[in-house]
Design a protein around this ligand. Sequence first.
Ligand code: DGJ
Length: 743
Amino acid sequence: MAGFKAWAALSTAGAALAAGNAITADGTNFTMTAEGMSYLFHVDPETLDLTHDHFGGPTDDFIAPANVDPNGWVTGLSNVRREFPDIGRSDFRLPAIHITHGDGSTVTALLYESHEVMDGKPEIPGLPATFGNSDDVSTLQVKLYDNYSDIGAMLSYSVFPKSNAIARSFQITNNCSETIHIERGSSFSIDLPNIEDLEMLELAGDWANERHRVRHPIRYGETGFRSTTGYTSHLHNNFFALMPSTTTESAGEAWGFGLIWTGSFQAMAEKFSNGFVRVLLGLNPLHSSIPVQPGETFYSPEAVGIYSSKGLNEMSQSFHRLYRNNLSRSNKTFSTRPVLLNSWEGVYNDYNASTIERIARQSAELGISLFVNDDGWFGKTPYARVNDTAGLGDWTPNPDRFPNGFANYIDTATGYSVANASSRDLQFGLWFEPEMVNPNSTLYHEHPDWAMHSNNYPRTLTRNQLVLNVGLPEVQEFIINSVSEILDMGNISYIKWDNNRGMHEIATPAADYNYMLGMYNVINNLTTRYPDILWEGCASGGGRFDAGLLHYWPQSWTSDNNDAVDRLSIQMGTSLAYPLSSMGCHVGEVPYGLTDRSTSIWYRAHVALMCGSFGFELDPAHLSPDEEAAIPGILEAWEKVNPIVISGTFYRLAIPDETNWPAVQFISEDGKTVVVFAFMQKPMVKPAAPPLKMQGLDPAARYSSDGEVFAGSYSGATLMNAGVNLQWGTTEFQSMMFFLYKE
Ligand code: DGJ
């Protein structure tokens, strides 16, 4: 009972309370409390190590730790649930922090020194992070010190009570006389108890196939995934959830973890012989080895942990709430986003001034508010961007494409009046890919060393391009200046910031971390300088759909796959961690190029309307008369639904991976309006469609239908417990959207 003795000896003196009583420091017993979650840990009075006690539903007391048989090979800290495990002192599991000292040795002893509780939350220098005032968040900072080496650490815990969320990060300060290296750093690290039947849910995929749900058991040993691409990537998102196998969308416990970071990362759950599960989320050790000079401090990215006792929907809703209110700093986060038409899939790189002006004019005539000129507007002969082999890096408009001048072109486009919108002129948006360079460019010929490379090894091309080393201050300055020059040229309301390849020649492991600091500096600078521009992130579709970039811009392009059937799964997967308001979703042409599939304009619209940034991605000249006739109705639907998507609460009612009848629901912020999107993928002779049961309604209230799909008024209890039977027809890929109003 050694563990119990240590626990029982804890001090209980002098509780210090932060605002809202969200953090209690009772001696060195720390309790963080949210509306439906508690997180408890303490300092072991004998070892001064931080010991984890609880992350789950609300609790009031510290309980004795599990009784692990201390005999045998696995002893000491290996049988303790820890907060910030380092290397040595008897723990065989993966460390959260791994440091190489100046002499090459790697053992550390980071032990409790002091702590402080404060209202609000300090910023993390140079890194995107959650924020909030004293009503939103309180912070506990715990200092650790390694007396053998003079390395200091500070762990930061910020609790957001309304979102059942804890945001964690750490700092390492080098007080030694030699440079140390951070080889591994997990921003969130926690040892869960033995939860039998624990599963991991992750978002895996590829280009045009992003963020599909993959759920699998946690086995003994390591279960996890990582990005080695230098970026978040399409392959794995830096989010995952853990839950017992019985947890569903609407019931059961779930723990969600998300990293506020855009570089390579590693996510890991390590189940040990005693059943404890160590959860680690942070930097990818392959792209770490980050030098910290004497006197310097290293700052880790921040990670978020969220607990839900009501299934995955509640976990997602907490992520959405936290990311919208306490991560996204854009002034557009809670605004409806203009309906846009993006030129990419309509004309790709193949256009001239009259084609593109015609598309802009037709967009306005259709009642679309924002025209986005995608790729292809820049570069001069011989490096004109007329296809993807040249031009990246040369951010000057192509004089052959725009013989009357680019400013003049922007003026023309923004002079078109939007149909059915009295006194509204078309807004204009532009595509950039600032972090890249084509070898066929003036920039590359002038600055070949600005491209990421490793000595004289070949520079691997992907899509005919190289990655600029944004870690270099001169590259940061170049990007800020060249983007600003264009933005100052005319009335530009929107920027799509693309990034179309991963990193290959990462010369040193730390180059990825440095790149990210440089990239955040550039994006912070530009979004601060141009706060009224609507910024959208993009990376060959959704390759950088992450919380790091969502700090700076309010939305991200979700996928290059605009096939509405595929999109439904991609959007549902993305919604596990990211708010629907942050997704860009467009209606494409049919048959769709990637899949050769045709779906009706309304099916495509319904899939895209569930996202915050709704639009079209086609050449209006290709619209059939029926499709064109549908557009006013679609814009009317957008008008009603977009405010609810932007700030409402989202529910996955049925997911396409599990049913032929997927459906989602939003409830407006004031609880008075409910909107449901329902789909039928293929007609089936048998079985009948299951009743569509709504969630989150007031059981005692009555809701009247808008009459679009069914008539009448029903109690919340009926709609949630009996549901409604939608009358599907006999063609494939059908969709319905209906509103219910609380009486
Ligand atoms: C990849 C993006 O995801 C597309 O939407 C488009 O902008 C192309 N790049 C342009 O090159």
